[in-house]
Design a protein around this ligand. Structure first.
Ligand SMILES: Nc1nc2c(ncn2[C@@H]2O[C@H](COP(=O)(O)OP(=O)(O)O[C@H]3O[C@H](CO)[C@@H](O)[C@H](O)[C@@H]3O)[C@@H](O)[C@H]2O)c(=O)[nH]1
Ligand SMILES: [Mg+2]
Length: 195
């Protein structure tokens, strides 16, 4: 927090400044017992983002998107991840951005989105915050194939599936993206309870 008397930033080194900025920050930290420690931490400055779960409470379906994720590939993990549509804000409001992402990635033009919560995803490494939404949809809202922006390298498969099937994929470890897991569990509690 800026203005926190226990924190005194002494030096900031920019390690990389390309797509995002990676900094090495040195700071003096006053512990709860009053002692001071000099620490350094790397911080990755990533634009905030927005994500939404498209759900149809009549047919009990959701719409997810599957896309290649290089970091998972480099870890030798499954890399074609099934996720809720999401995007970086890039100067827009979260509401406007997520409506556009839903259309670009999933091909649905939804009438409304409901904000449900905000979360930091890797608090030790980045302050990147994700704004979470849920959005009712029906087949009539489909306006295109979706698929993302080819000129930005996006190659997105739209996957409509039963809500219970999506939760079963979470339980089997086949859906591992945290934002998607949070949204599916939110939906189980608040939107589509077990019957
Ligand atoms: N040139 C270049 N382009 C990049 C780079 N990293 C990402 N991009 C481009 O930036 C766009 C990112 O796509 P979005 O739909 O805006 O975001 P996302 O990757 O789906 O999701 C992001 O936000 C989510 C919610 O905050 C996050 O959950 C997710 O991890 C990611 O940061 C894509 O067109 C991608 O090609 C890079 O290093 N270089
Ligand atoms: Mg995206």
């Amino acid at each position: 927090m800026h203005g926190d008397a226990r924190i005194n930033v002494t030096h900031t080194e920019v390690l990389s400044d390309d797509w995002n900025r990676l900094e090495k920050v040195s700071f003096d930290y006053t512990r709860v017992d009053g002692a001071t420690q000099s620490l350094t931490r790397e911080v990755y400055h990533v634009d905030d983002g927005a994500t939404a779960l498209l759900y149809d409470s009549v047919r009990r379906t959701v719409v997810l998107v599957r896309q290649f994720r290089l970091p998972s590939h480099l870890r030798g993990k499954p890399a074609y991840l099934l996720e809720a549509p999401a995007g970086l804000l890039d100067g827009s409001s979260a509401e406007a951005r997520i409506k556009d992402e839903i259309e670009e990635e999933a091909g649905y033009r939804v009438k409304s989105v409901e904000r449900v919560f905000e979360a930091v995803m890797m608090p030790g490494s980045t302050g990147h915050r994700v704004h979470f939404f849920v959005a009712p949809y029906s087949p009539a809202d489909k306006v295109s194939d979706g698929g993302g922006l080819r000129h930005e390298g996006e190659d997105i498969e739209v996957v409509e599936m039963g809500f219970d099937d999506a939760l079963a994929m979470v339980n089997r470890g086949e859906i591992v993206d945290a934002k998607t897991m949070l949204l599916l569990q939110y939906a189980r509690i608040h939107l589509l309870p077990a019957r």
